[in-house]
Design a protein around this ligand. Structure first.
Ligand SMILES: [Zn+2]
Length: 320
């Protein structure tokens, strides 16, 4: 989950699961806008309530809305839903799939892969940018469909194998739980996933989860090499205290280290775990022709990192 997605949940205006703290049991009987104003007004008035509202998991309709698959750059394709990123990276020796979305959208992803003319059975490697249900709940089903090897940053492997139960923030929350799945290979910072001449480098960018990961790869197009980043952005989920969580005391230092590392990373093509995080829908509409340059946005990347770092810094100050 990311804070952008959280905000979009409100914008989308469809609250699926009502809060266990103070929201009425049947929020759909109220006008959603009334409910939102109520929540916002209460949040402003009562300190600590913001954190409590965070317990409400909002299932964003944009997470499940289908989106036509398309070629992004070179051998990198979008096969995700409207907002949840799933990247297909094709090679001559089979394919790599980065992120799996929700359990209920796994069939969409499979259909998208086939719609592009590739075979789901040719997917050899599955991986993910972090172990929250909106990016990994579909892994179990996709692993059954593909029999692919599941590769994950070591620090998030326990999340996948416990079905989300070991998460420092959402562990024990049935709404954030998912079908557990066995990790076949664990990555370290700087580790690589190599297949058919394609090499993905895994960058450990912890904070959002303990094993949050960005991937970089080189894509040759138009006689030049583009540095592509599938970035896990340092957004902070509601209810997280960056001064330290009981199950994640070093979270603040990890976020700080991640922002430093991300600012030092030079990218041409900026992609991320959510479409909203790299403004995909401002850059591409279904049916637009293929352009290698479409997602080249080093400035947008830097700006997005800066914005999240500011949010982190101000939250850190407000927790003091
Ligand atoms: Zn997340």
């Amino acid at each position: 989950m990311g804070s952008g997605a959280w905000a979009q949940g409100f914008r989308g205006g469809r609250i699926i699961r009502a809060g266990r703290t103070f929201l009425p049991t049947h929020p759909m009987r109220m006008r959603t806008s009334t409910l939102i104003s109520m929540v916002l007004a209460l949040s402003a008035l009562i300190p600590g309530l913001r954190a409590q509202t965070a317990r409400t998991l909002i299932n964003n309709p944009e997470w499940v809305r289908p989106f036509p698959p398309f070629r992004m750059i070179g051998h990198v394709y979008w096969v995700g839903t409207y907002d949840l990123s799933t990247y297909l990276i094709t090679t001559s020796a089979g394919h790599i799939l980065v992120n799996a979305g929700l359990a209920q959208t796994a069939p969409q992803i499979a259909t998208n892969v086939e719609q592009l003319g590739f075979k789901v059975s040719d997917i050899r490697i599955l991986t993910a940018t972090h172990g929250h249900f909106d990016h990994v709940a579909g892994l179990a089903e996709l692993k059954r469909l593909t029999r692919a090897q599941l590769v994950m940053m070591a620090e998030d492997a326990p999340l996948l194998e416990s079905g989300g139960q070991t998460d420092f923030r959402w562990g024990g929350d049935p709404d954030a739980a998912f079908e557990s799945v066995k990790v076949d290979r664990r990555l370290k910072d700087g580790g690589t996933i190599a297949l058919g001449g394609v090499v993905l480098t895994a960058h450990h960018h912890p904070g959002h989860t303990k094993g949050a990961t960005s991937f970089t790869l080189d894509v040759r197009e138009n006689g030049r090499t583009y540095r592509v980043g599938i970035m896990n952005m340092g957004s902070i989920n509601p209810g997280v205290r960056v001064r330290g969580m009981p199950a994640y005391p070093t979270i603040g230092d990890d976020y700080a280290r991640t922002f430093r590392a991300q600012k030092a990373l030079t990218l041409d093509v900026f992609l991320a775990s959510h479409a909203s995080q790299f403004r995909m829908h401002q850059k591409y509409k279904p049916g637009d022709e293929y352009r290698a340059e479409r997602f080249v946005d080093p400035k947008g990347y830097r700006g997005a990192v800066d914005e999240l770092e500011k949010a982190y810094t101000s939250q850190l100050a407000s927790e003091r």
